[in-house]
Design a protein around this ligand. Structure first.
Ligand code: IPM
Ligand code: MG
Length: 366
């Protein structure tokens, strides 16, 4: 059985939301008699303070040995715009993504009926939205070289670069997922401006013949940004480069109701990592206010995609929906709410634990 989990809570609210995800996994473990092992690793600010490195080699080994990695968040504003800073916590995040080969980042976007009325978008637009954004995670402008400043410091530059191979492997992930969903892929790019986007179109078109059952379309990113708000139900699978995927998924989270609701899975050659898409949100760190649902749903994705436990994943999702129906809504969705991070986690864990009692019918006792 695959039960060996590396846990990297990271910075800011990462620590408290990951606590809740672990609590929920422990509940799953006890109901389904699975013995998870949780091994904690340092990443981000704590790692810099203790080792000088935001992604220490011990953490990398821990991740590589584990069946799955559960990760919280990275980032602290005290490292921003500070000329004395030699190493930034975010570098740890990028090194982790690169060194673990996590090139495909899957970000499912759904609307939840109990939250329809809380969305800033009209009900009729968000009803039945269920799509997934596949964000390329180890290429593009996040990693391209050269980058930096001119010698006099008055110019700065970044490089957006993609190889045909990088595009093809993320394209195959998108087509494969579309085949299991509703058979539609939308490639989001800026092919009227960017050379990289034109290579994306060429490579994806060449591959399309291998997937005759998938309906393929291309959409410029500016147009996609508008459509995600005006008609999000049209999408099934969106595949896009690194930075467009970053921006569009924050935007798309408005459909669900909050950034605090969107989980993600990052997959690659060997490792599988699961993380909420929100960042470390230092303003709320340690306040027991953050929404743990994105982390808990990331744990559900982990059960399904890395630990071969789709039934368990489904129970976690059912419990999350029950928490929303019960009105356990944190302050990211309702600014007047007093509902805490741990209340949401406790409810979801208890909902799962109650299942074991329900399931023990008189027949099984005999
Ligand atoms: C994300 C985050 C990160 C990113 C930040 C924290 C560097 O926004 O995972 O979406 O841009 O990739
Ligand atoms: Mg982001």
């Amino acid at each position: 059985m695959k039960n060996n989990i590396a846990v990297l809570p990271g910075d800011g609210i990462g620590k408290e939301v990951i606590n809740e995800a672990v609590k929920v996994l422990k509940a799953i473990g006890s109901v389904f008699d699975r013995k998870f092992t949780f091994q904690y690793g340092l990443i981000g600010v704590d790692a810099i303070e203790k080792t000088g490195d935001p992604f220490p080699v011990e953490t990398e080994h821990l991740c590589k040995k584990a069946h799955a990695v559960l990760f919280g968040a990275i980032g602290d504003p005290k490292f921003d715009d500070n000329p004395n800073v030699k190493v930034r916590p975010d570098e740890g995040l990028f090194r982790m993504r690169a060194n673990l080969g996590l090139y495909a980042n899957l970000r499912p976007v759904k609307s939840y009926p109990p939250l329809y009325d809380r969305s800033p978008l009209k009900n009729n637009r968000i009803k039945n939205v269920d799509f997934i954004v596949i964000r390329e995670l180890t290429g593009g402008i996040y990693f391209g070289q050269p980058r930096g400043r001119s010698e006099d410091g008055f110019e700065a530059f970044d490089t957006c670069k993609y190889s045909a191979g990088e595009i093809e492997r993320i394209g195959r992930v998108a087509f494969g997922i579309a085949q299991k969903r509703n058979g539609r892929v939308t490639v989001v790019d800026k092919a009227n401006v960017l050379a990289t986007s034109r290579l994306w179109r060429q490579v994806i078109k060449q591959m399309a013949g291998d997937y005759p059952d998938v309906n393929l379309e291309f959409m410029y990113v500016d147009h996609a940004a508008m459509n995600i708000i005006t008609n999000p139900a049209q999408f099934d699978v969106i595949v896009t480069e690194n930075m467009f995927g970053d921006i569009l998924t924050d935007e798309a989270s408005v459909i669900s109701g909050s950034l605090g609701l969107i989980p993600s899975a990052s997959i690659g050659e060997e490792s599988k990592l699961f993380e909420p898409i929100h960042g470390s949100y230092p303003e709320w760190a340690g306040k027991n206010r953050a929404n743990p649902i994105a982390s808990i749903l990331s744990a559900a994705m982990m059960l399904e995609m890395a630990l071969n436990a789709p039934g368990e994943a489904e129970l976690v999702r059912e419990a999350v929906l029950a928490s929303m129906e019960k009105g356990l809504i944190t302050g990211d969705i309702d600014p007047n709410s007093t509902c805490t991070t741990s209340q949401v986690g406790d409810f979801i864990a208890e909902y799962i634990l109650a299942k074991s009692i329900d399931d023990v019918s008189p027949m099984t006792i005999i």
